[in-house]
Design a protein around this ligand. Structure first.
Ligand SMILES: Cc1cc2nc3c(=O)[nH]c(=O)nc-3n(C[C@H](O)[C@H](O)[C@H](O)COP(=O)(O)O)c2cc1C
Ligand code: SF4
Ligand code: SF4
Length: 258
């Protein structure tokens, strides 16, 4: 019995969940979804396949969508998806279900796990107290998720019609590629290149010791959130806001071997 969990994560929430599920299952491979790993187009040997990712604009990050669309799977595999989110969930799991159905496979189970929101473009970082509360609830929930996966439980993705309509509208406005035009760096940047290394989309070139964004952005915010100097800003929105990444995840865990 082999399990592979494919995860996408900007600030570590989805990686933390993936690691906890791997530990609970006892035996699973973890593979990060990055631009480099889009070359993985076949997984017909895993009996269980998981996709773990954050919710963006109510739906699935573009790179995850592309990855799942491109992946040939064993149609009888038990396939689960876990979406981490900060506020509300709507269409993300339905999107994964639709992609799988189109290739003759199905989503056996879908779960959502509430974590601290990391979209500091819109709101401040959550307080440590709220973060801790969410981690506690999430830890308990993950025990049940692992139990469901172990038992091959089938769960239906249930979202009401109004939420789906709202989600579709919100997702239509999600055009991440050029949003990186809004990033800039303060004088605190010391040229360490962490931002470039942590970017899952290889979207940051270092030019004369400063990051330059290449307009192939996923808006995962990894660059901004992991910058050790807190130097990266999004317009003026983030100047006075805190930064967030999951406290148990180290930046090196998200940096690929390059
Ligand atoms: C571009 C962007 C859009 C987001 N949109 C939503 C959203 O529509 N609903 C929501 O609940 N959380 C939203 N979030 C918050 C993330 O889904 C949440 O913090 C997630 O756990 C981050 O996972 P990660 O740490 O693995 O990157 C958004 C975050 C980003 C960066
Ligand atoms: S991570 Fe921050 S300090 Fe390091 S190069 Fe990027 S912007 Fe500059
Ligand atoms: S440039 Fe920054 S926000 Fe865009 S994909 Fe790379 S790390 Fe994520």
């Amino acid at each position: 019995m082999s399990t592979t969990i494919y995860y996408f994560s900007g600030t570590g929430n989805s990686l933390k969940v993936s690691k906890a599920v791997k530990e609970g299952l006892g035996d699973a491979n973890l593979i990060q979804i990055t631009k480099d790993n889009l070359s993985i187009t076949k997984d017909i040997s895993s009996d269980k396949i998981g996709f773990v990712f954050p919710i963006y604009f109510t739906g699935v990050p573009l790179m995850v969508k592309k990855f799942v669309e491109n992946l040939e799977v064993n149609k009888s595999a038990y396939i689960f998806a876990i979406a981490t989110f900060g506020g509300t969930t709507t269409i993300a799991l339905n999107q994964i279900e639709d992609i799988l159905n189109k290739k003759g496979a199905s989503l056996s189970a879908g779960f959502t796990v509430r974590m601290p929101g990391n979209y500091q473009v819109m709101y401040d970082a959550y307080s440590k107290e709220v973060q801790e509360e969410r981690f506690k609830v999430a830890d308990e929930q993950i025990i049940n998720i692992v139990d469901s996966i172990k038992k091959n439980e089938q769960t239906k993705v249930k979202v009401n019609g109004v939420k789906i309509a709202f989600g579709r509208l919100a997702y239509k406005t999600f055009k991440p590629n050029n949003m990186d035009k809004n990033f800039w760096v303060t004088e605190k940047c010391n040229g360490c290149s962490t931002c470039s290394k942590v970017c899952p989309a290889n979207n940051i070139k270092m030019v004369e010791g400063k990051p330059e964004w290449q307009h192939n952005c996923e808006v995962c915010l990894a660059c901004m959130q992991w910058c050790p100097q807190k130097s990266i800003q999004y317009k003026k929105n983030t100047l006075k806001r805190g930064r967030y990444h999951h406290p148990d995840i180290k930046v090196n865990e998200l940096i690929q071997n390059r």
